[in-house]
Ligand binder design. Structure first.
Ligand SMILES: Cc1cc2nc3c(=O)[nH]c(=O)nc-3n(C[C@H](O)[C@H](O)[C@H](O)COP(=O)(O)OP(=O)(O)OC[C@H]3O[C@@H](n4cnc5c(N)ncnc54)[C@H](O)[C@@H]3O)c2cc1C
Length: 343
């Protein structure tokens, strides 16, 4: 039996894994994705500024470091497995069932599922699926791919505007289309966009994608003005769709053990990361408590709190908080390896 099962391998789950290891507990992380890092994979190229103590850096570097830290104490990791049920059998005995038919047992459970399983809203157009492996994108994984390209971006939320900003001046041309008459994103972002070379086409949507000879790449796009019905055919090298995300959060509704919810999407935190069920804790975007900020930094703080509570639940006589890492014996050997770099 594991000491702690952590459901979700985003920043909250990964730091909960590290901190549980620091507190001497053995851990299993389960995530439905094929990789650790959670939602940060939606914006790998964005520069992250707001994690305390970290100089601004691209998110893919934050992912790399967060994963490395989360795996430091060698947790068991089950990827590509969706948790479908949590059952509290008795005190210090939980069962966590996945869609792969596994039932894992643990003494405590930490839920770190963010907003649930998120998937970009797909373009509902004939043949769109076919181009997903080539030049139809739902996430900008790497800016380099777009250098000197004619890029079409569909959408007017913050992510769409972000990408338009990032690609302007880097791609050969950027065209932004959106169904409404006005752009929705933050005011500052809209103002910034005004100053950049981005062609903006309001009241416009994608009517059709036309493939090249091989039918594996989009060659042209039929754009349609929703108000007038007028259609224009344009060539683009790449098409980026940014229509928001579908969220799937059935776990908490369907789970045998029910936790009190704050609203449809958030578990109610009691104090901080304790839930209404003893032995079951929650951290990161999925929990709401009064000190909550929906930031990676806040996910880390929640995670340490959840790991401390799990420790106390399993060992009521343990110290309420772990020793800080700078004088924690658990790092004695690892410190020698790290120090080599500085000697
Ligand atoms: C475009 C964008 C930009 C952002 N920029 C910043 C920024 O600059 N700075 C900042 O601090 N924050 C930023 N955020 C917010 C930040 O990404 C989140 O606050 C953070 O990722 C929350 O971490 P988490 O671990 O709680 O959840 P997530 O990162 O969402 O991770 C949850 C994990 O749980 C898994 N999961 C869900 N359900 C199940 C299930 N049933 N079974 C198994 N696994 C499951 C998911 O696959 C996922 O890997 C941004 C968010 C977005 C969308």
């Amino acid at each position: 039996m594991d000491d702690v099962i952590i459901i979700g391998g985003g920043p909250a789950g990964l730091f909960a894994s590290f901190y549980s290891g620091l507190r001497g507990m053995n851990v299993r992380i389960i995530d439905v994705q094929d990789k650790l890092g959670g939602k940060m994979h939606v914006y790998p190229e964005k520069i992250i500024w707001d994690i305390g103590g970290l100089a601004p850096k691209p998110c893919y570097e934050v992912i790399e470091d967060t994963v490395k830290q989360g795996l430091h104490f060698n947790p068991e990791v089950n990827l590509n497995e969706r948790v479908v049920d949590i059952r509290k059998i008795a005190e210090q005995h939980f069962e966590v069932e996945t869609d792969q038919g596994h039932v894992f047992e643990s003494k405590a459970v930490i839920i770190a599922i963010g907003g649930g399983i998120i998937n970009p809203k797909q373009l509902d157009i004939k043949d769109a699926e076919r181009y997903k492996l080539t030049n139809l994108h739902y996430v900008v994984q790497s800016l380099k791919k777009f250098k000197d390209k004619d890029v079409l971006i569909s959408g007017c939320g913050n992510s769409a505007l972000d990408w338009a900003n990032d690609l302007s001046g880097y791609a050969k041309s950027v065209t932004l289309i959106y169904r409404k008459a006005d752009i929705k994103g933050y005011e500052a972002m809209r103002n910034l966009l005004e100053q950049l070379e981005v062609e903006k086409l309001p009241n416009t949507h994608i009517h059709q994608l036309i493939g090249d000879e091989s039918q594996t790449n989009i060659d042209q796009v039929v754009l349609e003005n929703i108000e007038t019905g007028e259609q224009t055919v344009r060539h683009f090298d790449d098409v980026v769709i940014s229509h928001g995300f579908d969220r799937e959060n059935t776990l908490l509704n369907q789970s045998s053990t029910k936790v009190d919810m704050f609203n449809e999407y958030s578990i109610k935190g009691f104090g901080n990361t304790a839930t209404s069920i003893e032995g079951l804790y929650a951290c990161g975007d999925i929990i709401y408590h009064e000190a909550k900020a929906h930031l990676i930094a806040s996910a880390f703080s929640d995670a340490a709190n959840a790991a401390n509570l799990a420790k106390l639940y399993i060992e009521p006589k343990a110290k309420p908080e772990g020793y800080v890492s700078s004088h924690n014996d658990i790092f004695k050997e690892s410190n020698k390896v790290v120090m080599k770099k500085y000697l």
